[in-house]
Design a binder for this molecule. Structure first.
Ligand SMILES: [Zn+2]
Length: 214
């Protein structure tokens, strides 16, 4: 009987504690935001770099040297949207860096992967973003070199995935953008067909970006 009483008191304490936390959460006046095709945190706020630009990227040594020019072209396409005098979205600070894939080292890195999970074999690339609150602290890009052949020529080779279009898309994710399948030509559409050129950033993408950056 005594033990039961003690147990109940403990339960009461836990209830009070969560109630206090709940009150505090309310006082922070967290506002829900329109998604604008951005990833949102658990408080329904868009996640972004919040003016902490440029996002400094390292290119891993696994990325073939002949692909670097296309990495830069994709970066330039995003940076061209910034007004003069503003910090660019991205900066490539070093190429040919080594080390294991690390998605939590606070270093933004672009990797080519020679191994890819069978369960995700249709995924051409993957962007990983890590945020605290609504601020992104790290972004990494993995390219699926195991399941796909890429095209790095001006005209996209038949049966190959255009590498520059893929980079434009993945870089969009690293800014916090989600897929946008509501627009026919957005660079953030989920699927990029082999042979397709989707390098050019579209009105719909600018509309999304304007919620956070432009
Ligand atoms: Zn995607």
């Amino acid at each position: 009987m005594r033990r039961l009483k003690h147990y109940n008191r403990k339960l009461l304490f836990a209830g009070l504690l969560s109630f206090i936390l709940f009150i505090q959460a309310c006082e922070r006046k967290v506002e829900k935001e329109e998604d604008c095709n951005f990833v949102q945190n658990s408080l329904v706020q868009r996640v972004s770099w919040e003016g902490n630009l440029p996002v400094k990227f390292f290119v891993h040594e696994s990325v073939p040297v002949e692909y670097l020019v296309k990495v830069h072209s994709a970066v330039d396409r995003w940076n061209a949207l910034r007004a003069e005098g503003e910090a660019p979205f991205f900066e490539i600070v070093a190429e040919g860096v080594n080390g294991e894939v690390d998605l939590r080292d606070r270093v933004n890195t672009i990797y080519f992967q020679e191994v890819w999970e069978d369960s995700n074999e249709k995924e051409q690339g993957r962007a990983s973003i890590h945020w605290v609150g609504s601020r992104i602290l790290e972004a990494d890009i993995l390219i699926n070199d195991y399941n796909f052949d890429f095209s790095i020529t001006d005209y996209v080779e038949i049966g190959r995935v255009d590498f520059e279009s893929l980079m434009v898309h993945e870089l969009g994710h690293t800014l916090g953008l989600e897929h946008n399948d509501g627009d026919e030509i957005s660079v953030m559409r989920t699927y990029l067909a082999k042979g397709d050129d989707r390098r050019e950033i579209q009105e719909a993408d600018l509309g999304s970006l304007s919620c956070e950056y432009l």
